[in-house]
Design a protein around this ligand. Structure first.
Ligand code: ATP
Length: 423
């Protein structure tokens, strides 16, 4: 008999007060290993639509695959997976609805499409269930089982572009306590491995460290799993690491973004690459958010660089009406619930040349002032008056150049491709 390739997908096991699907997956993998089952390749951490309504944090789902000798082995694996999901999930939280999928056939284009839909759009539990039945997958719903959406998407996701993340986990006694990571060693790791690892630091801030009560101690991101092992050996921690795992991911690939022909075709809760013209000068609103309007021949949309994007707003502030931009970002509910494009990064394609009308310059070299309506101009230095001086049109110099500008690591979405990866 041929070997059986079994895919396992898991999602929606955690709550905002604790736990993490990646941790549960890591525990399950080590229990499977203890029983003699080895997974093939790296497990996957797949990030789905950042606007999905029921996400806890980063909308991540996991999957892994095993090569098994018999159906009996497959049954044994299923039992171990389900027992652990049942035991470790935060089932008491009403928003936690785990789903587990087992699939032992080929990854079809239909499965890949479903996955892309879950990354770029909103899908229903029914959509997932219909497809699972159609392809003959085995699935388990705990409570309403919403997790089957992510579990199936994590199995089917095509990964032409990919990155890796090494996640180190804490012992349970330390959950919720301040993380004990030697920050100097993180800076050293960054110095030794950047740009092969990225998003380690953000100015002085240690970006590898989460700030939630979850089991993750830190996460290091890279295009190369070997570099992650080197990075791990440099980072010093002053608390025990219970376990760690290197995940293959779609993080930082821009997989969530769709090219859109024009602004009128954009919908709420989806993410896009869109070109347009700046309509008005960006202005600050309450909370420190920076807002402007982007227009094209089809319509216009409000764009925002929110307060957490910090210094990124300094670039957005430099934009002028008639600048031509390509914006990468997602349409959230936004201010006034009209839908606001949350900018992840932008490319300034063409700079407008803003002009300013200035008073004439006096013979003494000083710029003149208005002498009052219809009275011409007066020099504030030598007192010369002229009645019919002409205003002068000058170009305002710009403090920004053509090119890419992006949000800092601390404000970056898991799926956003950093500019360093574009090179
Ligand atoms: P964490 O990242 O900390 O593991 P999370 O942010 O991934 O948590 P979950 O607890 O997994 O959040 O909840 C997200 C839920 O939304 C899951 O049930 C998942 O199946 C579902 N979901 C994911 N993407 C979509 C989508 N595009 N449309 C509808 N539902 C989705």
């Amino acid at each position: 008999m041929n070997n059986i390739l079994l895919y396992v997908g898991i999602d929606d096991t955690d709550s905002s007060s604790g736990m993490c699907t990646t941790y549960i997956t890591c525990v399950i993998i080590s229990k499977l290993k203890d029983c003699g089952f080895n997974i093939t390749g790296h497990p996957r951490l797949i990030r789905l639509n950042p606007f999905a309504r029921f996400k806890t944090r980063g909308n991540g789902a996991t999957s892994f695959k095993l090569e098994l000798k018999s159906l009996k082995e497959a049954e044994e694996v299923k039992k171990i997976v389900l027992e652990n999901v049942q035991e470790l999930s935060v089932l008491e939280d009403e928003r936690t609805n785990p789903g587990v999928v087992f699939y032992n056939n080929k990854i079809t284009p239909e499965l890949q499409e479903f996955s892309l839909k879950a990354i770029r759009n909103i899908v229903s539990i029914e959509d997932a269930e219909n497809l699972l039945n159609k392809v003959g997958a085995d699935f388990y719903k705990f409570k309403n089982g919403r997790g089957i959406i992510g579990a199936l998407a994590a199995i089917g996701c095509p990964l032409d572009d990919k990155t890796y993340e090494l996640l180190a986990y804490r012992i349970s006694e330390n959950y919720g306590k301040p993380r004990q990571i030697n920050h100097e060693s993180v800076r050293e790791m960054d110095k030794d491995t950047y740009p092969k690892t990225f998003d380690n630091l953000d100015e002085g801030y240690i970006a590898i460290e989460p700030h939630t009560p979850c089991p993750v101690l830190y996460g290091i991101r890279s295009e190369n799993p070997e570099i992650l092992m080197k990075a791990k050996s440099i980072v010093k921690v002053i608390e025990p690491v219970e376990r760690y795992c290197v995940y293959l991911t779609n993080q930082h690939t821009d997989m969530h973004l769709q090219k859109v022909a024009n602004i009128a075709n954009m919908e709420k809760f989806q993410c896009y690459i869109v070109e347009g013209v700046v309509k008005d000068k960006p202005h600050v609103i309450e909370g420190g958010h920076l807002i402007f309007t982007l227009k094209d021949e089809s319509g216009e949309i409000e764009c925002a660089a929110y307060e957490p994007t910090k210094k990124f707003r300094d670039f957005v502030r430099e934009l002028e009406p008639e600048d031509i931009l390509r914006i990468y970002g997602g349409v959230g509910e936004g201010i006034n619930k009209k839908g606001t494009l949350n900018i992840e990064k932008f490319e300034l394609l063409e700079l407008a040349i803003p002009l300013q009308l200035l008073n004439p310059i006096c013979d003494c070299g000083k710029r003149m002032k208005s002498a009052g309506a219809g009275k011409g101009y007066k020099c504030p230095r030598c007192g010369t008056k002229i009645r019919d001086g002409k205003k002068e049109m000058i170009e305002i110099s710009r403090n920004i150049e053509k090119g890419f500008y992006e949000t800092p690591p601390s404000a970056r979405r898991h799926l956003s491709k950093p500019i360093i990866r574009e090179k």
